[in-house]
Design a protein around this ligand. Sequence first.
Ligand code: MN3
Length: 206
Amino acid sequence: MFKLDPLLYSYDALQPYVDAKTMEIHYTKHHQAYVDNLNVALKAHQDLQDKTLYDLLVNLDTLPTSIRSAVINHGGGHYNHTLFWSMMTPSGKLLGKGDLQTAIVNRFGSFDAFKMQFENAAKTRFGSGWAWLVVDKSSGVLEVVSTANQDCPISNNKEVVLGLDVWEHAYYLHYQNRRADYITAWWNVVNWNFAQDNYEKIINNL
Ligand code: MN3
C-alpha cells in the first residue's frame, strides 16, 4: 500500500505565493486521490506493491498493460506531488553557489536565462502538466522539459532536479486564469537546498 507522506509545513506556510485553501485541497484531495487510485490499480498485483514507485515508473514497459495507464497517471501523480511538496519551502531563498548553480550557468548561459526557459516551458504546456529541470541520464546534461498530465520524466531516462505543477488545481483558486503570475510567484518558495541535493545525488549516481 502506498501512503501519503506528511506535509512538512502548514497549509498557509507558503502564502501569499500559494494560498492555504489551494494547499489543503491539493494535498488532502488531489494527492490523496492519486495514492488511493494507485492502490486500487495495484490491488491484485502483490508483487508490484513491493516495488518502489520509482522502480515502477522507470520500468513502465515491464508492467501488465492492464494497469500501465493507471500507474502512469496515479503513480506519476503520487510521485510528482511527493517531490513537489519538498520542492517548496516557507523559507525559500536564492540558489547558493554550488554544483547546481555552476551547472545551470554553464548549461543555460545565466541563471536568468534558465528561469526564462523554465517559465516558458511552464506557460506553454497546453492543458495540464508540469515543467521540469532534469538531468538526462545518458548525457548527464541539465535540460528544461515539460510533460503532460502526470507523466514523470523518470519514465523517459531523466532524473528530476526541480518541477512545477501547472495543473489548474495548483493555482486556480488564487490566480484563476493567470498561470503566468503563479509561475512568477512560485520562485519565492522554491526549496533550492532540496534541488541542490537532488542534483548532487543524480550526478554521483550517473
Ligand atoms: Mn497537482
